[in-house]
Each structure stands twice: as C-alpha cells, then as structure tokens.
Design a protein around this ligand. Structure first.
Ligand code: NAD
Ligand code: ATP
Length: 487
C-alpha cells in the first residue's frame, strides 16, 4: 500500500514538473511576443512622428515660400513687406500649433531706431516654436504663456494662478456628503440641512443612508432629496451647484469619486483627524457657508489622474475596462504576494525603469501629502500640474522618486516573466488584479476637483503641512552661544 502511495506521489510530482516546464515555456514565449509587440508599437509611433514632422516641415516651407519671407531682411522694401505680412500672420493667430520668431522680428520701434540697430536686430536667425496637440484649440493657452520679444522667448506664466469663483446666479442646490458612523457628523448634518433649507431656501440632496438617518430624527426632513440607484449619481453634476463634505480627507476622496466627469465646487468641513483637504471648521459653518454662497471664493483646482487597465487579451489600448479617476493616487503593489513586484514602466513611448520592490505610486500633487509622502515622495503644491512617480520600498540604493510633466501618459506593465501578479488600487479602494501582460495606463484627467479655500491655495497648503504634519518643527536655537563675529 505504502509503495503504491510512494509510486503515485512520484508520478504526480513528475506530472507537476512537466506542467511547470510547459508553463515556463509558455511564459517565455509570451514574454518574447510582448517584446516584439512593444518594438512594433515603438517603430510605428516613430514612423507616425516622422510623418508628422515631415508634414509640419512641408507646411512650414509652403507658408514660408508662398507668403512670407522670414529670412533676414536686407533692405527697407523687404522690411516693410515683412512687416505687412507678419502683421497679417499675427492677426490670423500665427499658425495652428506654433509661433514664428519673425512675427516679433517685425520691429514696432524700427522707425525710431537707427539703421545700424535695425540691421543688428535683423541679423538674428528666424525660427519657429511649435508643439503637438490633439485638438484644434487644445493648446490655445500656450500662445498666452509663451511669447517672443524680438526673437527672445519669454514665459509670462507657467501654471494657473489663484483661481477665484464668482457666482453669476445664486446657487440653488447643495449636496451634503458625510462620513458614516460618526455621531458628531450626524448632529452637524441635521443642523446644516435645517439651516440651508430654512434660512437659505436651498434644495438639499444627501445620500440614501443619510436621508434615512434624517427621517429617523424628524419626519419634517421629507423635503430632503436623494437618489434611488447608482445610475442617478451620474446626473448629479447637472443638478448640484455645491457639494459640502463633513468628515476627513477620505470624505473628500469619496465625494470626488462620485463624479466621473465634471465636479461641482466642494466645500470640505473638517471632522477628521488630519484634514489636508478640509480647511473649514464646523463650529463656524454658518459664516463659512454664508460667504461661500455669496462669493467670490478662492478655489484650488485639484488635478485628477485617469487610470485605465488594459488586459493582455485586449486588441488595442482603447479596449479598456471602466476607467478610474483618482484624486490622490493609483498604487500598484504586490498585494498578498510575498514576492517582489516587477513592474515595467514607460512614459509615453520611453522606457523609464523596472520597479522591483513593494510597488509604485502614481500620485497627483494633491496626493503628494498622502501615501506618496509616506513612501519618500516630495510634497508638492496642489496647483502644480504633474504626476509623481514614487516607488514603494524599492530594492535598490538609487531609486529616487520622480515628478513627471502633466501631458505624459504613464504605462505600467506586469511583464510575462514576473513571479506574481500585481494589484492596482485607486485612492486606497477598488483593488484590481494585474496579471502578467496586463498594463495600467495613467494620464491627467480633464476634470479637476475644485475645492473651496479658507484663505487661498498656498496659504491653505502651507497651513495643512504645518498643522497636519508639524513640518520642520524644531525648537528655535537660543540667542546665546558662539557667533560669527566672535570667530
Ligand atoms: N502608508 C500610508 O501613508 C498610506 C497607506 C495606505 C493609504 N494611504 C492613503 O490613504 C488614502 C485613502 O484615505 P482614506 O481616508 O480613504 O483612508 P484612511 O481612513 O485609511 O486614511 C488614510 C490617512 O491618509 C490621510 N490622507 C488622505 N488623503 C490625504 C492627502 N491628500 N494628504 C494628506 N493626507 C491624506 C487621511 O487624512 C488619513 O489620515 C489613500 O489615497 C492613500 O493616500 C496612506
Ligand atoms: N459618504 C461616505 N460613504 C461611504 N464611505 C465614506 C463616506 N465618506 C467617507 N467614507 C469613507 O470613510 C473613511 C473615513 O473617512 P474620513 O477619512 O473622512 O474620516 P477619518 O478617517 O475620521 O478622517 P481622517 O482621515 O482625517 O483621520 C474613508 O475610507 C472614506 O472613504
């Protein structure tokens, strides 16, 4: 009997070995196929880029030969011709996606300048700035931020300044979102709903759970509106003028996650422990809401990341599951696996690195004070547009976190030779398994989350890192002791 058992278990072991070998063979074949697919895509993108460049060069030379002599101007006839033509050109708003330096070589003060000076200016070579964009007007703002002055490039602004919101008509409808299972939140919610309805004559929406709580408090709350199923949530942004959150940062994340497209302005009241995104104090809620409803108010436009999972079986990168919008970060980690994660990272079509460690965080600048901070990433002002690339416990001595520009698409792929799958989670929720060959694409979303400021974006950000993290708190050095002049 024992002999048979031994024989049987050996046979099983042989079968298991054969199966493992077959799986390894398949994985390496898949890895090779993926590598060829990647090379093919790179080649294709390169070709498209070259075609685009050639088209732009053609367009440039056609316009140059047809209308405009943008070369150095040698005599006054040419000078006036250039002047007229550049005028025309500037008025039509330059070219589609660029600015020519000769537009500004047209010298407004040339009449008053001496010939020598003029020749000096005209000796500068002409050049063109251009950029790629998808939409016709997509990069319109770049005309405003990049300018020329006599062929010199100047930037007026590099990111959005403090944004102010002024109501053009009075807000009518408010949505209140509350942290569950908190007595203080429930008490405040009752007071706030009453005040908004009785004093401000506003329509009030709450979540179904909260409506039940309010009705348990008093049947007078029957005017409070809610929704029956999730499909109605997708229409909320068309009905709601203002969202109020009562809780901590998690409640702001929750509020943002309810809006898969545009988000109404959010007024976050602090009823949590930290509150990086919740600058309003609940004790003064009437004064705060009075001033918000009156406007104007300063807001922070918090950028979000659009994350899409592309399965290995997908035919192309547009065949994705429902995308996620994150306000803090998307994390790709090893989940319950005890192996190192192995993640191949690309930025647009450039290979960035291979993460070998516990995982990787792709964070917004609002999320820079959350998980990314704990993993060693920098704290970044929330109005700075960018994607933070922060490894989690990388097994390497030289893996520093990166901050990538806002226009890139980051692609994280689980290679076929990875020992284990990876897990993606979105603002700490909704875990998704990424098997070998699956990828996560992440880019800046077009719908930011506007949150009302207590003072302004910068003041609120600095206050939150001082109060929330005691950032750089140190006893001030005493006055007595050695000084430079004593040396
Ligand atoms: N090691 C870590 O620091 C760690 C681990 C897991 C998740 N998190 C963070 O928790 C977030 C989810 O928050 P939650 O409230 O739903 O979960 P939670 O209740 O577990 O709270 C996590 C903590 O993160 C803080 N936090 C959230 N967003 C922040 C931000 N933008 N800036 C500074 N602090 C912030 C919250 O105030 C809270 O104290 C995730 O998006 C992630 O950033 C952090
Ligand atoms: N309306 C809601 N419905 C369901 N879950 C919610 C809601 N609001 C918040 N949450 C969840 O409750 C958890 C705690 O919320 P929140 O962070 O606001 O409170 P907190 O933990 O007390 O505050 P802090 O994070 O400042 O310590 C979060 O994970 C959040 O996703």
């Amino acid at each position: 009997m024992d002999e048979h058992l031994i024989e049987f278990s050996e046979a099983l072991r042989t079968v298991a070995k054969a199966l493992r070998r077959a799986a390894e063979g398949k994985a390496s074949a898949q890895a090779e196929a993926a590598e060829w697919k990647r090379r093919y895509e790179l080649e294709r993108t390169r070709n498209i880029q070259m075609e685009q460049k050639a088209r732009m060069a053609e367009q440039f030379s056609a316009e140059k030969n047809g209308d405009i002599d943008c070369e150095r101007v040698k005599n006054s006839d040419n000078q006036s011709m250039l002047q007229n033509e550049s005028n025309e050109h500037s008025e039509t708003g330059c070219m589609k996606h660029g600015i020519w330096s000769h537009e500004v070589l047209r010298d407004r003060e040339s009449d008053s300048n001496s010939n020598a000076d003029r020749n000096k200016i005209m000796r500068k070579a002409s050049f063109k700035l251009s950029w790629w964009c998808n939409g016709e007007n997509g990069d319109q703002h770049k005309h405003d931020i990049v300018s020329f002055e006599r062929g010199n490039i100047t930037t007026a602004e590099r990111s959005s300044k403090q944004i102010s919101l002024k109501w053009e008509s009075d807000p009518q409808t408010v949505l209140i979102l509350t942290k569950p299972n908190s007595v203080s939140v429930r008490i405040l919610c009752v007071q706030m709903v009453r005040w908004l309805r009785e004093r401000k004559k506003l329509n009030v929406y709450v979540e179904p759970r909260v409506k039940v709580e309010l009705l348990a408090e008093s049947s007078n709350f029957s005017y409070v509106q809610t929704w029956k199923d999730d499909s109605e949530i997708s229409h909320l942004h068309m009905k709601v003028d203002l969202v109020i959150t009562l809780g901590g940062d998690g409640t702001v994340l929750w509020a943002a996650s309810m809006f898969k497209g545009p988000v109404p302005p959010i007024v976050p009241f602090s009823l949590g422990s930290l509150g990086f995104m919740t600058p309003f104090h609940s004790e003064h809620f009437k004064d705060c809401l009075d001033s918000v409803l009156r406007g104007p108010i300063s807001i922070t436009l918090r950028h979000r990341l659009l994350c899409r999972v592309v399965r290995d079986a997908a035919k192309n990168e547009y065949e994705t599951e429902e995308p996620f919008l994150v306000l803090n970060e998307v994390t790709i980690d090893r989940g319950i696996s005890s192996y190192l994660t192995n993640l191949e990272c690309y930025c647009d079509n450039s290979f960035v690195t291979c993460v070998q460690g516990d995982g990787l965080i792709l964070s917004t600048t609002s999320g820079s004070t959350a998980y990314s901070l704990a993993a060693g990433g920098s704290m970044v002002h929330p109005q700075v547009p960018g994607i933070l690339f922060t490894p989690i416990c990388p097994h390497s001595l030289s893996f520093r976190p990166l901050i990538l520009p806002e226009h890139v698409t980051v692609r994280i792929m689980v290679p076929f030779n990875s020992r284990s799958p990876a897990w993606a989670s979105f603002d700490g929720k909704d875990r998704k398994l990424l098997a070998a060959g699956d990828a996560l694409l992440c880019s800046m979303a077009p719908w930011p989350v506007p949150t009302a400021c207590q003072v302004d974006s910068t003041n609120d950000f600095l206050r939150s890192i001082h109060d929330g993290l005691h950032w750089n708190l140190r006893k001030t050095q005493s006055f007595d002791g050695p000084r430079d002049r004593d040396l």
